[in-house]
Design a protein around this ligand. Structure first.
Ligand SMILES: Cc1cc2nc3c(=O)[nH]c(=O)nc-3n(C[C@H](O)[C@H](O)[C@H](O)COP(=O)(O)OP(=O)(O)OC[C@H]3O[C@@H](n4cnc5c(N)ncnc54)[C@H](O)[C@@H]3O)c2cc1C
Length: 536
């Protein structure tokens, strides 16, 4: 019999005790078969931080009855059974031609994983190189080497999050989240990703996991081609029949398109074909950086430095109830991390953040963004990308034209003056003094100034002498959404096309993109049986 012991609050000094000891102590009976299913940290301001556990306990029926009637019964419950998986009907038509997946980011990789599990042998096309070659070339660029438009922080095996913090948190509630965490753990992510409330993997650990996952897909019958960019769709009577990659054409019965939101060339090509899409809200702002030690003090107060505590992180929002300015919120905070040039082509610059698994760097960075509505930038699906490019081009110029970033001390940003000297930052290329108002759309700089002033009152030093800004942070979410049928997930304007993941505007972040990949694989497997290729 299985019971869940919930809301078990564990002080820092007791952290490290075994799950069996924690449960036995709480319930007053010796228990042996106990495992962690959830662990979070409550570090709310003004309180001593505590860990909060949910433990799964295997008991005898007699002990379960006794515990459910005992004095801790309110903390105990029986686990809910998992919902039954949808079973494909027997009379499915075979898919006419093998599925082709474009993009090996989380959406594409997990679409491939789901299809392989359902008996298909998908072909996965990735414009960039494999993750090993990608890592070598990316790090060479950061040390002064040439920029490669097909191999960078955004393009190449693993997609945009490959050299990231690898935060696996998501707001979506979907049972597939557990599937993604299990698959990642089976391929080398720490076991703790299965139960930590805020799991993360780290930029140094992700490449090996992605490599193992891809090798597993290949062993199960998927074909993966690197350095293969999809340049065009093959369309007849609005039905997508295949893709063109350079001189080669590839036919398919289902084109799963998971190209991410930085593939503006590919997204533009879809719009040229008349694929149905709409503008959607997206975020734009700056990236702020502080010494990690400052974040530790804000979050942990007197407990700062306790060995049981993880690197401190924060998430904040600053709202203006009067509606006079835009709301501001933090995005993708990276404890102990670094700020990186996050662009796919020369002439344009934006930044993003990453952390190694240990999160042990000297700096903490976070996006600080406002949300822009289509009413402010235009209803055309291309309008958001055009606005991003406008500000990214300004940033490239202000940063010196060599992927240096424009930067400003927060104190100078508040005073609207160019910094005479800049403080230290983690950005690996030059940071050059600039007025960051010039990389922001109307109203955003004012909103950020108001938010910084307001947050400074809650977190002293947030807008202080040690705080630095670089920017813009313009790729936090997709500025367009490609339409798809609610059930089949197929494009209504172009049957045969299955837009997936962040670039299609149906996900935001690693986890939701991976879950979306699984959803598309399931939707295909419910309609189609693996075709002739699967039987070869
Ligand atoms: C530095 C950084 C840090 C991040 N940190 C986090 C984090 O900690 N947690 C989190 O949840 N999210 C993070 N993100 C965001 C996250 O990476 C994305 O949300 C996620 O990767 C989106 O997945 P996707 O599969 O939809 O697209 P992507 O990951 O963008 O993958 C798209 C893939 O398609 C390929 N491609 C594009 N066009 C073509 C074409 N024409 N032909 C063939 N291939 C093509 C690209 O090369 C790429 O590999 C971070 C992003 C960056 C850049």
């Amino acid at each position: 019999m299985t019971l869940l012991l919930q809301d078990l609050r564990v002080p820092l000094d007791v952290e490290g005790a075994s799950p069996a000891d924690l449960a036995s102590h709480r319930l007053g009976v010796r228990l042996e078969d106990v495992r962690v299913v959830r662990k979070s940290l409550d570090a709310r301001a003004g309180r001593e931080p505590v860990f909060i556990y949910t433990l799964e306990i295997e008991t005898s029926p007699e002990l379960e009855d006794a515990l459910l009637q005992g004095k801790r019964r309110r903390q105990l419950r029986q686990p809910k059974p998992a919902p039954p998986a949808a079973v494909p009907p027997d009379d499915r038509a075979p898919l006419p031609g093998r599925p082709v997946i474009v993009g090996s980011g989380p959406a594409g990789l997990f679409a491939a994983w789901g299809l392989v599990r359902a008996g298909f042998r998908p072909l996965l096309l990735e414009r960039g190189p494999d993750v090993t070659a990608r890592g070598v070339r990316w790090h060479a660029f950061l040390k002064g080497g040439a920029f490669d438009p097909e191999c960078n922080l955004l393009f190449g095996e693993g997609g945009a999050g490959t050299f990231s913090d690898g935060k696996l948190t998501t707001r979506i509630k979907d049972p597939r989240v557990g599937v993604v965490l299990d698959v990642l753990a089976e391929h080398g992510a720490p076991e703790s990703v299965r139960w930590l409330a805020k799991p993360h993997v780290g930029s140094n650990a992700l490449p090996a996991i992605i490599r193992r996952l891809r090798r597993g897909l290949q062993a199960a019958g998927a074909e993966v081609r690197f350095d293969t960019r999809v340049d065009d769709l093959i369309v007849r009577d609005d039905r997508v029949l295949g893709v063109r990659c350079g001189d080669e054409t590839i036919d398919t019965g289902a084109l799963v398109l998971g190209v991410g939101h930085s593939a503006r060339d590919t997204l533009g090509m879809l719009l040229e074909h008349g694929v149905q899409a709409e503008a959607k809200p997206f975020q734009l702002g700056l990236r702020i950086e502080h010494p990690q030690a400052l974040v530790e003090r804000w979050q942990y107060g007197r407990s700062c430095g306790h060995p049981a505590l993880p690197a401190a992180e924060y998430s904040l929002s600053s709202r203006d109830r009067s509606g006079a300015r835009m709301d501001v919120h933090s995005f993708c905070m990276c404890p102990g991390g670094e700020i990186l040039p996050s662009t796919e082509k020369p002439g344009f610059l934006c930044v993003n953040g990453a952390s190694p698994a240990a999160r042990d760097g000297a700096f903490a960075n976070s996006g600080l963004v406002v949300t822009l509505e289509p009413s402010s930038f235009g209803a055309d699906p291309r309008a958001g990308m055009a606005l991003q490019e406008h500000h990214e081009a300004a940033a490239f110029r202000l940063g010196g034209g060599d992927f240096g970033a424009p930067g400003q001390r927060v104190t100078d940003f508040l005073a609207r003056r160019v910094s005479q000297t800049l403080g230290p930052t983690s950005y690996p290329l030059p940071v050059r003094p600039a007025l960051l108002d010039e990389v922001l759309p109307d109203g955003a700089a004012e909103a950020l100034r108001a938010a910084l002033t307001e947050v400074e009152r809650r977190m002293p030093g947030y807008a202080g002498a040690e705080a630095m800004l670089v920017g813009p942070e313009s790729r936090s979410s997709a500025p367009l959404r490609i339409a798809r049928d609610e059930h089949t997930l197929e494009s209504p304007s172009h049957p045969g096309l299955y837009p997936v993941g962040e670039g299609a505007g149906h996900a935001g972040g690693i986890m939701s993109a991976a879950v979306d990949g699984l959803r598309v694989a399931e939707a295909l497997a419910l309609r189609f049986a693996p075709g002739a290729v699967a039987a070869e």
